[in-house]
Design a protein around this ligand. Structure first.
Ligand code: TIU
Length: 228
């Protein structure tokens, strides 16, 4: 496949689809549905719904173009051996990580709430990456997976913009990857943090990377020009 040109800010980005991965961050029931981790933190989880449709569009375009697709999930082992006390010991004692909720134990691997939402469910063969922290590189095998596939560009979607998406883009940027936040495919419980989070990525000539969107990605993968 020839090089594609992605409409983006602060500047268009040329990328090779065979060396790009779509990384969908933590589109889990625990963050998007009532009764999960996001709600126990005091958030209005309905705010994250805006990212679902655009993520579906980006995922369909990535699948059609044969891109590597990686789905991440934040969560911990059932025995919580990988859950730092400093992370667990926050919030109401009855609604913390590991506590029982309507979707099972909060933020624990294997529980219904930890699973990815039905609309974006991974297809067979797609990478599903469990991570204990906010960044997708921390204590995971993401880097070796990317290296083995010759990936140099990360197209990042998911939730939340200023937490796990931002941390992953910062980690990826420091490791030498071209990181692109797909703006409409990301969302936050704080619309202001979403907006400012994206501004921070593309400021200073793209200090952490680029900002684009689902329709620009779809156009780029179809080798059509489109404004970001
Ligand atoms: N996935 C992710 O962003 N984890 C969070 O805890 N985000 C919040 O915004 N709380």
């Amino acid at each position: 496949m020839p090089e594609s040109l992605l409409a983006a800010e602060p500047a268009p980005l040329a990328f090779h689809p065979a060396r790009a991965a779509l990384v969908i961050i933590d589109m889990q029931r625990d963050f998007l549905e009532p009764g999960g981790f996001g709600e126990t933190l005091g958030n209005d989880v309905s705010l994250l719904q805006a990212a679902v449709g655009p993520c579906q569009a980006a995922l369909a375009a990535a699948r059609a173009a044969g891109l590597l697709v990686i789905h991440t999930r934040e969560g911990h082992r059932p025995d919580m051996a990988d859950a730092p006390p400093a992370k667990v010991e926050r919030g109401a004692p009855t609604a913390r990580i590991g506590c029982a909720g309507p979707m099972g134990r909060i933020l624990i691997r294997g529980e219904p709430g930890h699973d990815i939402i039905a609309e974006l469910y991974p297809a067979p063969g797609e990478v599903v990456l469990d991570k204990p922290g906010k960044g997708a590189f921390y204590q995971t095998d993401l880097e070796i997976i990317l290296k083995n596939r010759g990936i140099d560009t990360l197209l990042v979607a998911g939730v939340t913009t200023e937490v796990c998406v931002h941390t992953t883009i910062r980690e990826g940027n420091d490791r030498g990857y071209r990181c692109v936040a797909l703006a409409d495919c990301c969302a936050s419980y704080f619309p202001e943090f979403h907006r400012i989070g994206l501004e921070m990525i593309k400021a200073q000539g793209g200090i952490f990377g680029w900002v684009s969107g689902s329709s620009a990605l779809t156009a780029a993968l179809a080798n059509k020009a489109e404004a970001a």
